[in-house]
Design a protein around this ligand. Structure first.
Ligand code: KG4
Ligand code: ZN
Length: 352
């Protein structure tokens, strides 16, 4: 079936991959070099599809991937004017994520790899997030060399973990959430406040006009010496406060802003404190913060030394998958057409 794939021989040769990310609800396609340069990236988010349910419906997510994915691949070639002969491999997220969603991306990637005779590279979604700050395009270049070691704080709707990256492919999870992810803490609070889904960005905006000291929310596990997180207690405290306030009237206006600011401050305090503790513990100074919650403006202010990607590379995107895929291709770490899809539970650790 199809053509035989060729794997580049020299590890320092710059390679270019087509990348596909469909691990959750965003369908994303990119063309990226092993230098981290993004030639093309476009994503189709499904926020409008899932908003009425207040969370992601897996069945709807994979159904929409099947509709959105191939048009994005077509667009990638059309916009860049690149041809298949200028693509060295196909990178795809194969874990962790929603099973049906992953299956759509991986099946399409396998088919394209077989038909066009390209090597297939399976990429761990979390590994992609960790390298996202080092992507560059016409608008953004951090100009920071991405030499390891560094410590990554990965915060999104599905995961919250601190990872020590000692070199490419060598990862140690130092801490993770014991219950909800940081993004979930934002989204569930948003649901109680009737702000729609996902609510992180809106809470961030409202919080800019609020007093972060007005309500005292718990800072879970702050006193613990380990690097784990827990957000379910904060979530409960948040809903109880909203319930209490709504007994005397609708929660809106300045009170809503103050609530958002105080709640966000509790999350930002815990995340920044734990990252600082990891730096002290491991003795590695370079830090990166990635994942959807890394778009948060307060978090960025509280961690001035950390490297943050721009918003488009924080949320789930194929560019980060392509960068890791291209780096793997350079060292010959390719997958077979029997690549396995692994949903695994949220907060799956990245293995070394
Ligand atoms: O990385 P992502 O796009 O998808 C997952 O892998 O989960 O992250 C989505 C999460 C959502 O929970 C959303 O509310 C949160 O990122 N988020 C934010 C902000 N923008 C997105 N949370 C706080 N502040 C923001 N500005
Ligand atoms: Zn993600």
């Amino acid at each position: 079936m199809g053509k035989k794939s060729k794997i580049p021989h020299q590890s320092n040769q710059v390679v270019r991959v087509l990348a596909i990310e469909t691990s959750c609800d965003d369908t994303s396609v990119a063309i990226v070099d092993s230098s981290g340069f993004v030639h093309f990236m476009n994503s189709q988010n499904q926020d409008q599809v899932h908003a009425p349910y207040g969370g992601i419906i897996p069945e709807l997510a994979c159904r929409n991937h099947t509709m959105n994915l191939l048009p994005l691949v077509e667009e990638a070639f059309k916009k860049t004017q690149l041809s298949w002969s200028q693509i060295d491999g196909i990178a795809v997220t194969h874990k962790p994520g929603l099973l049906g969603s992953l299956l759509v991306g991986v099946t399409v990637a396998k088919t394209l790899a077989a038909v066009h005779g390209k090597p297939l590279i399976g990429v761990n979604h979390l590994e992609g997030h960790l390298y996202a700050p080092f992507l560059k395009d016409a608008q953004f270049d951090l100009n920071s060399d991405w030499e390891e070691p560094f410590i990554g704080l990965c915060v999104s709707g599905g995961h919250t973990s601190i990872v020590h990256v000692s070199k490419f492919g060598k990862y140690k999870t130092l801490g993770r959430t014991l219950d909800d992810a940081a993004g979930e803490a934002f989204d569930k609070f948003g649901k109680v406040l009737g702000l729609g889904y996902p609510a992180g960005r809106l809470i961030d905006d409202l919080a800019k006009k609020g007093n972060a000291q007005l309500f005292k929310f718990p800072r879970p596990l702050l006193k613990n010496t380990d690097l784990n997180f827990s957000f379910s207690g904060l979530k409960t405290a948040g809903s109880l406060k909203v319930k209490e306030l709504s007994q005397t009237g609708e929660v809106k206006g300045q009170i809503l802003n103050d609530l958002c600011a105080s709640y966000q401050e509790a999350i930002a305090d815990v995340l920044s404190y734990k990252l600082e503790r990891a730096v002290k513990k491991i003795g590695v100074k370079k830090t990166v913060v990635t994942g959807g919650v890394a778009s948060n403006s307060r978090l960025r202010l509280k961690m001035p030394k950390a490297l943050f990607p721009p918003g488009r590379f924080c949320t789930d995107n194929a560019a980060m998958i392509g960068f890791v895929g291209a780096k793997k291709l350079q060292i010959g770490a390719v997958s077979g057409l029997n690549l396995k899809v692994e949903a695994t539970a949220k907060n799956a650790e990245i293995e070394s």
